[in-house]
Design a protein around this ligand. Structure first.
Ligand code: UDP
Length: 515
């Protein structure tokens, strides 16, 4: 197992630094930042983690453990603070405190615009008398979308660092696309919409029309969001990324070269959670009895089970879910299939009945998790040999850290770029072959989007993933190598371990310069 000893790198006379963390209220952003908070605390720092009541309730076991530790003044010094987030003020329905709780994507922009409402309660918290008498924050680390933190950090007169959720591969592609818009659009037209090569990268990266469009949103709301994110990047003193040098060094270097400020890879952050009980409470409480799940997996051959999951936001239509089910049923491999839509009856009607019959038919061969799965536990179980994923960056990196090969099925956003990284650059995955995005909330808008992948294709891709001849073997071998590198990066003295130390040193330096 890996060692994350407490206070190991700090001389007893150094005063602890206080980090203030402001995540985005979305699972894919909160989960890695909770890990980051715990890692910073494990290096002897004090951490205040700003969140809201509903988000806090989801990670209650982590919060309780941290609270016990804080009062014992011994181990991890993290305080999770509950900011009252009045969503009604922003015209949002009650309880919409996380992107995965929005009933429709129409509410995404109102939600993002409402985030600045966190500012006043956070300010009030910092001004209130502190029973623990922590020093004032020395650094603010905020998600790339929390743009009110720019002024907030200025008012506190402390450095602000940005936490970037996506892969560095995506960040640099996105940046290059935005810089070369005109030529890329012309090249795309000349290629009649066919794939083109992205300029400026050592390795040729093929992008298609929707990837180009993705970063060039014509919608004014998206445009504004991109401007916000650019402003966040420009005004931050450095960028923390959930990645590791050995995984995408070319892209990390290039990104650094382009933006000219420190980039600190500190991941895979999921590896901080070594014990099963820590993995169990990542993000939310599991919707299945984990003991039962583990026993079931224990009964399967090593590397024989395929895990199918699409993250916390991407949704599939009823028709698509049925096709996936039939594909898995026909395939030779046992499976664990996460169907969050089955826990949200209102969104997909008729699913409950279909699922009951399906589960009966596949009893013994497959398990359906209706809601939230303990994903890192699953990925790290020896029986799990392949992962059909929507390519959210956290899921992708968790699979890499677990040495599991992927079948890539992107739905929207950076997921299409992560697919290129996994399939073309790292060569540890096979593409399901999806070419057009499916946005949450508008899955049914477009005829062609109702079913993207037919049952026969699902069956075929699972076979390629789990078997796949010599190429399959090579993919699995490469995935095993990357897993080793990922763990080495996080071990004491490894590249990501140093990355986090560099963040801490940066803040120490900036404090010294002020005094
Ligand atoms: N996750 C999980 N159980 C689920 C669905 C998601 O534990 O049933 C976790 C997953 O391990 C990852 C995060 O939620 O840490 C999802 O982030 P990602 O970037 O993969 O996708 P997003 O949800 O942002 O699309």
């Amino acid at each position: 197992t890996m060692s994350f000893e407490i206070n190991e790198d700090r001389s007893p006379n150094t005063k602890p630094l206080h980090f203030l963390l402001v995540p985005l209220l979305a699972q894919g952003h909160m989960i890695p930042m909770v890990d980051l908070a715990r890692l910073l605390a494990a290096r002897g720092n004090l951490v205040t983690f700003a969140t809201t009541p509903i988000n806090l309730a989801r990670i209650q076991p982590i919060v309780e453990r941290a609270a016990a530790a804080a009062s014992a003044a011994s181990t991890l010094q993290i305080r999770f603070i509950e900011l009252r987030f009045c969503v009604a003020d922003a015209g949002l329905p009650d309880g919409c405190e996380n992107i995965d709780l929005l009933p429709s994507m129409d509410l995404l922009f109102p939600f993002l615009k409402s985030l600045h409402l966190l500012r006043d309660p956070l300010e009030a918290h910092l001004q209130a008398p502190d029973p623990f008498q922590w020093p004032r924050p020395a650094c603010l680390i905020s998600d790339n979308i929390q743009n009110w933190t720019i002024d907030f950090a200025r008012a506190l007169d402390i450095p602000r660092l940005t936490f970037q959720g996506p892969s560095c591969f995506y960040l640099i592609c996105d940046l290059l696309i935005n810089r070369h818009v005109v030529e890329l659009e012309a090249a795309m037209a000349a290629a009649s919409g066919g794939p083109i090569i992205l300029p400026g990268l050592a390795q040729p990266i093929r992008i298609s029309k929707h990837e180009l469009m993705l970063t060039l949103r014509s919608d004014p709301n998206w445009f504004k969001l991109i401007e916000t994110m650019n402003e966040m990047e420009e005004t931050s003193e450095g960028i923390i990324i959930n990645s590791f040098v050995e995984l995408e060094s070319l892209y990390i270097e290039k990104y650094h070269e382009e933006i000219g400020k420190p980039i600190w890879p500190v991941g895979p952050l999921s590896l901080y959670n070594e014990e099963d009980d820590a993995k169990e409470v990542r993000g939310r409480v599991s919707s299945i009895d984990n003991k039962f799940l583990l026993q079931w997996l224990d009964g399967k051959e090593p590397g024989s089970v395929v895990l199918v999951s699409f993250g916390s936001i991407a949704h599939n239509t009823m028709e698509q879910i049925v096709e996936i089910g039939h594909g898995l049923e026909a395939s030779a491999w046992p499976f664990v299939w996460v169907v969050k839509e089955a826990a949200e009856g209102a969104l997909v009607s008729g699913l409950g009945e279909w699922m009951t019959a399906f589960e009966k038919r596949v009893e013994g061969k497959g398990i359906v998790i209706k809601g939230w799965a303990p994903q890192t536990i699953l990925l790290n179980h020896i029986a799990v040999g392949g992962f059909v994923t929507h390519c959210g960056w956290n899921s992708t990196l968790e699979a890499i850290a677990a040495g599991v090969v992927m079948a890539t099925w992107p739905h929207f956003g950076d997921q299409f770029f992560n697919e290129r990284l996994v399939v073309d650059v790292l060569k540890i995955g096979v593409a399901v072959g999806v070419e057009k995005p499916t946005m949450f909330g508008v899955e049914n808008d477009n005829e062609a989007a109702v079913v993207k992948v037919r049952r026969g294709e699902v069956e075929k891709v699972v076979e390629m993933l789990m078997e796949g001849g010599d190429e399959g073997k090579e993919r699995r071998e490469r995935a095993r190598e990357l897993k080793k590198k990922a763990r080495m990066a996080m071990e004491k003295g490894g590249s990501s371990w140093k990355g986090l130390q560099d963040v801490i040193n940066y803040v120490l330096e900036s404090q010294k310069n002020k005094n």
